[in-house]
Design a protein around this ligand. Sequence first.
Ligand SMILES: [Mg+2]
Length: 260
Amino acid sequence: MNALLFDMDGVLYEGERPIAGAVDSIAWCRAQAIPHLFLTNTTSRSRQALVDKLAILGLNVSAAEILSPPVAARSWLQQNISGPVALFVRKQTASEFNGLEIATPEATDVAAVVLGDLGEEWSFARYNRAFRLLMDNPDAVLIALGMTRFWRAEDGLRLDAGPFVRGLEYATGREAVVMGKPAVPFFKSALALLDARADETLMIGDDIRGDIGGAQQAGIKAVLVRSGKFRPADLEQGITPFALLDSVASLPAWWHQQGW
Ligand SMILES: [Mg+2]
């Protein structure tokens, strides 16, 4: 093993509290010079906001070390698509796509349509424009920044990006490339950014489906931690992690036991 992928929420911290030993394990990873990335499905906060949160918890992580769905999408687009990209994302998310050729609001010929959680910023005209761009260009790729169905806002439940992506899939008969765990392209983006092979990379997570199942689909071995959202029943869902650790604090000793 020569590279590490860390889930964040439930592995490094729980709510506003760091997991005991997480700081030391990250320090160990750096001292060993093991290439690593922190993977999150969060799109509501920018990477800098995550960096600031981690810093308060004593975890020094830079924005460049965090892989979020927009960052993975940019990397995927750079490798697979040439031509203008139409963004249907919030303003703070749009900045993550700097460096790509972004379609103008009048453009009719685009190579990809990127769809995130736009919330109140959706209108029929805007949604229909995404639909038309896909219908006008049989080769245009639909990229989804996650498939979350809904979330709980202060005033009640709200639709997230997932239902809007499904709506376009239904209307166009095309399938979206989904960025975010457990989608394989998300893990492939992580490998590409680290320049690492799947069979030399280890994923650490607390989500049996998103982290462990997703990584395994991409050919990556994955270790489940008993922190965060872990429940014993997770082990009865037909997904077998490579190993089970009490928390990320156990990672350095366990890693050395493996002879890596
Ligand atoms: Mg997690």
